[in-house]
Write a protein that binds this ligand. Structure first.
Ligand code: FAD
Length: 402
């Protein structure tokens, strides 16, 4: 039985998932409060997509996430999927466009526009916002839940945990809020940084710092190779970065940080646009024409590479040179860590929530949505899509009559 000061729904965390949950609960007429630890809502939404906010993707489906979470994603997207997300933002007044990879951005290219329309809707619905309000504990009480926060005690019939993962701690997510769920018996799939630069001590990285090329990379873990990923490769003084590395980083991160594997490599094809046999022929022709060593790959690779390839070029053997540049191997020692990771791989075990409603199987009336769960998508708008979709469903369910 609800009493006078008890809210219907308290949402813990005002990121993409928490805002979406607040809106759907508010639309159902539930008295709703969002507690956000930071001074403003949506810090991560504001920095996402380099400030452009890639809100979703036209190719949104369960294949774009970690395979273990397929069932829960399919279930949630069947209730609030690609078209629902687009409609949701359209009705809020946000105009969007898609790029050729299907990534959807606001027409203004500014995440502030996304936050504007979301905050207007929260305000229209009368959803209460408390910023600078970290929730430090949640306990079951007679009528629902008692929450301790930096701004005092709160009571609610239902609680939605949308406190995010561990990446980018400056945006309010340092992993400390996992304890709010584990208190109720939830378990944690060890969170590791994902979509993150990689550390490597190969002298190439130091010599080529700042150099960016279009490459094709593969990760290799304990001798087993992953798929080929094409994209930018950036050499840095600490190792490797760029989109091709970001997209290869999750498996490496899981291997190093969760499974304690020591044999992790990135294998780079420095010249993906030329087949190895064609490259051998090209090199043979250049050698016949007496190209000097430092010009053997002139016009194919930036001049800086002549220095790091000096010893290989000295062989003047087209087979050796072609094989080397098609499979240059970098031993990876670690990732660049949480401060530079865009996503968290891992989190509260999604098998412990009802895949249709997102209600905890451990505690009636508690719901979990967004990055706090061990659901993680590829780069390209899939993580925010999960935040909007899961938050919306959790808000609907939590605001339903008991
Ligand atoms: C640099 C960067 C760029 C990104 N770009 C994109 C992109 O373009 N497209 C995309 O799809 N994804 C992107 N992502 C990922 C995406 O932003 C996240 O997956 C998504 O925002 C997660 O939403 P969430 O609401 O679950 O968690 P968050 O957005 O992390 O929100 C959780 C909120 O909970 C608050 N909180 C934590 N603990 C407490 C507590 N105890 N009490 C109260 N509040 C608490 C935090 O302060 C935070 O505001 C990017 C991430 C980063 C870091």
């Amino acid at each position: 039985m609800a009493h006078k000061n008890q809210l219907h729904v308290v949402v813990v965390g005002g990121g993409g998932a928490g805002i979406s949950a607040g809106i759907s609960a508010g639309r159902k007429g539930a008295s709703t409060l969002i507690c956000e630890k930071m001074p403003k809502l949506g810090k991560k939404v504001r920095i996402s997509g380099n400030g452009r906010c890639n809100i979703t993707n036209d190719k949104l489906d369960a294949t774009c996430y970690n395979p273990e979470s397929k069932a829960i994603i399919e279930s949630i997207l069947s209730r609030f999927g690609r078209l629902d997300i687009l409609k949701f933002f359209k009705e809020l007044g946000l105009r969007v466009y898609s790029d050729k990879e299907g990534r959807v951005f606001p027409i203004t290219n500014q995440s502030a526009s996304v936050m504007d329309v979301l905050e207007l809707e929260l305000s229209r619905l009368g959803v209460e916002i408390r910023s600078d309000c970290e929730v430090t504990s949640i306990k079951k009480s007679a009528g629902g839940f008692a929450l301790e926060s930096k701004q005092g005690l709160l009571e609610a019939q239902r609680v939605i945990l949308c406190s995010g993962g561990k990446s980018y701690p400056i945006s309010g997510t340092d992993g400390s809020a996992y304890a709010l769920a584990t208190h109720f018996g939830h378990t944690l799939v060890e969170p590791v940084p994902s979509t993150v630069p990689l550390l490597c001590q190969d002298p190439w990285c130091r010599h080529l710092t700042g150099q960016k090329i279009a490459a094709a990379v593969r990760y290799e873990i304990d001798g087993v190779a992953g798929p080929v990923i094409e994209g930018d490769l950036l050499f840095t003084d600490y190792g490797l970065s760029g989109l091709a590395i970001f997209d290869s980083s999750e498996e490496i991160s899981i291997a190093i940080s969760r499974e304690r594997v020591t044999d992790t490599q990135i294998i780079v094809d420095l010249l993906p646009f030329i087949h190895e046999d064609e490259l051998k022929k090209e090199l043979s022709s250049r050698l016949r024409r007496n190209f000097p060593n430092d010009k053997l790959l002139a016009g194919l690779l930036p001049p800086k590479f002549a220095y790091v390839l000096e010893d290989v070029f000295k062989t003047r053997n087209p087979v050796t040179i072609a094989s080397y540049v098609k499979r240059k191997t970098f031993k990876i020692t670690d990732t660049k860590g949480w401060n530079e990771a865009e996503f968290t791989a891992g989190g509260i075990n999604h098998k412990e929530v009802n895949p249709r409603t997102l209600e905890s199987k451990k505690c009636h009336g508690l719901y979990l949505a967004g990055e706090i769960l061990d659901v993680n998508g590829k780069r390209g708008g899939f993580n925010l899509a999960w935040a909007w979709a899961s938050g919306y469903i959790a808000g609907l369910e939590a605001s339903a009559k008991s």
